[in-house]
Design a protein. Structure first.
Length: 100
């Protein structure tokens, strides 16, 4: 399973998924202690400007973990058949381990 985690500062789980442009991508079938890659969205790709659609770079993720998310974006992820977890955990690895 591929898990995207909002991390604007590249250290902690960040809030405001719609305003975030940096995401860690983890693969739960591989090393869960290190992100498989970083996904950096252009300003136009940020969720505040673009809906989640088939061409969006984060469509490869099955799950999104974030500190907060707006209702519309949450619904977009659900409609795409993906799960969203909102967490107070700041450490990306611990947030990932909490859902697995």
């Amino acid at each position: 399973m591929k898990v995207a985690i909002t991390s604007q500062n590249r250290k902690t789980v960040s809030s405001h998924a719609g305003k975030c442009c940096h995401f860690f991508l983890f693969d739960t079938e591989k090393d869960m202690t290190q992100p498989e890659q970083s996904i950096i969205l252009s300003p136009q790709q940020m969720f505040r400007h673009q809906r989640l659609n088939e061409s969006h770079p984060l469509m490869i993720a099955d799950v999104l973990i974030t500190g907060s998310i707006g209702e519309n974006l949450f619904k977009q992820w659900q409609q795409a058949g993906k799960k969203v977890y909102v967490t107070a955990e700041l450490d990306p690895v611990r947030a990932l381990q909490a859902i697995c």
